[in-house]
Design a protein around this ligand. Structure first.
Ligand code: SAH
Length: 341
């Protein structure tokens, strides 16, 4: 049986048309699920009995299990257990502009970034659509608030689970559903070129962030295995094409690793690489993990790096640090639980 939270609006329309019902039933079901948030089919009182019976026969409404929550001042980290016992995490961050949720897209990850905790576990499987939707619904229920922004920056590579990720976005973005604006949704990728090409053709208003982390192929290949398959010198032209086609501004994420990619010379090289590209760079203080060979850059070094980019007229921001005390780097809470076993 399928979990109902994996159904897009379009899937529901097709489902109802197939059974000889009117497609507007999709609106009714979406309202029950995402506005009124019922948890039992029998609560869908404006839908006729025979249709409720079909829904019961075809779908479950089973939630996930939350097995750990770590809360700090403006951040909360949730560990979920999935129905097959796998675990993933999601992080809720309270900003002055709203609440943003960082969701996981896979169990484990195969991208093999050297500094990242998530990759400690090789990909076991993709997350199903409902498993992404339920991260959001269950966290909203827990903190009794609304999530305004979603970033796909948890465990996994979203472009290695493309179809499910797009269906997830369809559901949370749909005006009859959770209605999170596309411009409030950000997909982060380490640079899977064929999927970036596919994504740009869809012309969605969703933001794209690229995990860059190095200004040249030599260093990037040392830090990120994906660069051996899709190197920077191929990635950058594709990103230029993306901007031309979508007229959207790109985000580059750049984690600051002490003594590795944080020299002023790296900042100069980065400025050259990005010159003329409609983008901004988000400098991310590294969250230290069990990869002890990587340390976070000092505040002074991050500021120096920032200044070089500014001087070269590159838009740049420094990401606020969240959740050092709650294992907030993707994969950390999960890893921590595995160790305790
Ligand atoms: N696979 C996707 C999305 C998940 S990672 C991607 O690579 O973009 C989300 C972001 O967090 C990436 O930029 C990733 O490089 C970064 N990241 C990974 N480990 C980190 C850590 N310990 N501290 C800070 N950022 C980290």
């Amino acid at each position: 049986m399928k979990n109902i939270y994996g159904m897009t609006y379009k899937n529901f329309e097709d489902y109802f048309i197939n059974m000889g019902e009117k497609s507007f039933k999709a609106t009714q079901v979406f309202e029950w699920l995402y506005e009124k948030r019922v948890t039992m089919f029998d609560e869908m009182t404006n839908i006729k009995k025979s249709v409720v019976l079909s829904l019961k026969k075809d779908f479950t409404m089973d939630p996930l299990k939350i097995i750990d929550i770590r809360k700090d001042k403006d951040v909360a980290k949730y560990l979920f257990e999935l129905q097959d016992g796998e675990k993933v995490e999601a992080v809720l961050m309270h900003h002055d502009y709203g609440n943003s949720l960082c969701v996981s897209t896979q169990v484990g990850c195969n991208m093999g970034c050297k500094f990242c905790e998530s990759g400690r576990l090789k990909k076991r499987r993709n997350l199903e659509v409902y498993e992404m939707v339920l991260q959001l619904l269950m966290i909203e229920e827990d903190f009794k608030g609304r999530i305004s922004h979603v970033v796909l920056m948890g465990i996994g590579e979203p472009f290695d689970n493309y179809d499910n990720v797009m269906a997830f976005i369809d559901i949370i973005n749909h005006p009859k559903g959770i209605a999170i604006g596309a411009r409030h949704i950000t997909i982060s990728t380490c640079g899977v070129i064929p999927k970036i090409k596919e994504f740009m053709k869809e012309k969605r208003q969703v933001n794209l962030a690229i995990s860059l982390h190095a200004p040249n192929d030599e260093l990037r290949s040392r830090l990120m295995n994906i660069n051996k398959v899709y190197p920077l010198h191929e990635l950058i032209p594709v990103l230029k094409e993306y901007i031309n086609l979508t007229h959207r501004r790109l985000t580059f994420e750049y984690i600051m690793l002490k003594g590795i990619n944080d020299h002023e010379a790296d900042a100069k090289e980065l400025s050259m690489l990005l010159r003329g590209i409609n983008c901004y760079v988000n400098l991310i203080p590294y969250n230290e993990t069990s990869h002890i060979e990587y340390e976070k850059s000092s505040k002074e070094q991050i500021l120096k790096f920032y200044d070089v980019l500014k001087k070269n007229k590159i838009n740049v921001t420094i990401r606020k640090e969240f959740g050092g005390n709650v294992f907030a780097a993707c994969g950390q809470l999960r890893s921590h639980h595995e160790e305790e076993k």
